[in-house]
Design a binder for this molecule. Structure first.
Ligand SMILES: Nc1ccn([C@@H]2O[C@H](COP(=O)(O)OP(=O)(O)OP(=O)(O)O)[C@@H](O)[C@H]2O)c(=O)n1
Length: 381
């Protein structure tokens, strides 16, 4: 957007803020641009054609670029969790006051439309030193920040970022005070889903575990630390054919695939996971069991696996799940692919043509599929 020519901004005191400033300085792709407006009223914004969107905050969307313009505000803690805040937005709130309420110094920089940096908390120096550091003691007013810091580390760990010691102490305090337990499930999952899409998702979970936060938020994961380590190692090992927008869901599935059904159910309920995520996790868990349980993989186990992943009704995921198997056992994956192909060639319609119907049709279909699968699993292995 060419800000200088934008008549809606003429005479407004506006600054680019937050992630856009940070990522531009870092050479990281900038996805969306947020702005702060100083000295304006909601009425003035509406008159200029900005569309109000904030339910809790005075935030407006630019009618053409759809970028977010927020009136400068301060926040004060007034209750537990993420929602317990008193917001104070008025034309008297300064840019520095707005930046001071933010979580990390690298997120508390602003830039004028002509490119001049406003950096009252040393964000640029911390960016250069690769340090995630809180802006002020008010960091502990928002327990979501423990997850945010872990997520930023999951994004930038490869650039050499670390968390400042004093910030680690505050994160720990948010856990020991019990404040982190007040986070609502949806917030926890939203941050976790974003973290699962970052380049180093294992770092997110490791950071939360190191601070004691994982034991509070996802206790099922820390029940067995050796297994957690193994699961974290699996996060980068995904089937090749999956869509990139599905990668976060797959990573979650890989994280929990070793858990017993009851643990997975508890975790799904605790985090109120979307159904699609829990279903994929269940499918990955069935696949994990097929690969890792001791004993021969015979036709009976393959049938049980196909039923477990709901293959006959939801066949679209089967190739990806077979690709998952191939990461651990290429020859088993080859057999499964052949068995699946032969089994799906047995069509209910041809059985109908042969005169089968009703219950007998279902039984004959299952029998022939099983025979096809047995043929592969017995000769192939
Ligand atoms: N709990 C929070 C949430 C947000 N912020 C501030 O609000 C800005 C915008 O938040 P958000 O859009 O969630 O994050 P970004 O920093 O833009 O990061 P991303 O690249 O993930 O969008 C952050 O930079 C940070 O200054 C904060 O201080 N504390």
């Amino acid at each position: 957007m060419s800000t200088e020519l934008d008549h809606r901004l003429a005479g407004l005191d506006v600054y680019r803020v937050g992630g856009a400033v940070r990522d531009a300085l870092l050479g990281w792709p900038v996805t969306d641009v947020d702005w702060v407006v100083v000295g304006a009223t909601p009425e003035a914004m509406r008159q200029r054609g900005f569309k109000p969107v904030g339910r809790d905050f005075p935030v407006f969307l630019h009618p053409d670029s759809h970028e977010e313009f927020a009136l400068a505000r301060t926040e004060r803690k007034s209750g537990h969790g993420y929602t317990g805040f008193e917001i104070h937005a008025s034309p008297s709130v300064t840019l520095e006051e707005d930046l001071a309420r933010r979580d990390l110094t690298i997120n508390a920089m602003a830039e004028t439309p002509s490119g001049e940096l406003v950096d009252p908390f040393g964000g640029r120096a911390d960016l250069e030193a690769r340090v995630l550091r809180h802006v002020s003691p008010a960091f502990i007013e928002d327990p979501l920040r423990v997850l945010r810091v872990a997520r930023f580390l999951a994004r930038y760990a490869g650039l050499g970022f670390v968390i400042a010691e004093e910030t680690l102490t505050l994160m720990r305090r948010l856990v020991t005070s019990g404040e982190i337990a007040h986070l609502v499930a949806e917030r926890v999952w939203t941050e976790t889903e974003k973290a699962l899409g970052e380049p180093w998702p294992d770092v997110y979970f490791q950071t939360l575990d190191d601070r004691g936060a994982l034991a509070v938020l996802m206790p099922e994961l820390v029940a067995d630390t050796a297994q957690l380590d193994e699961a974290l190692g699996r996060l980068q090992r995904l089937p090749e054919d999956i869509d990139s927008h599905e990668a976060a869901f797959w990573r979650w599935a890989r994280l929990v695939e070793h858990l017993v059904p009851e643990q997975r159910r508890h975790l799904s309920e605790r985090l109120r996971l979307p159904k699609a995520v829990s279903r994929l996790a269940d499918q990955a868990a069935h696949t994990h069991r097929l690969v890792h349980e001791t004993g021969m993989v015979d036709g009976k186990r393959v049938m049980a696996w196909l039923e477990g992943i709901d293959a006959w009704r939801r066949s679209e995921r089967v190739p990806s799940l077979i690709a998952l198997v191939s990461l651990d056992d290429a020859s088993l994956a080859e057999d499964l692919a052949l068995a699946w192909r032969l089994a799906t060639q047995i069509l209910p319609k041809s059985l109908v043509d042969e005169g089968y119907k009703g219950r007998a049709l279902g039984e004959e279909l299952a029998r022939r599929r099983r025979a096809a699968i047995d043929g592969v699993m017995e000769t192939g292995r």
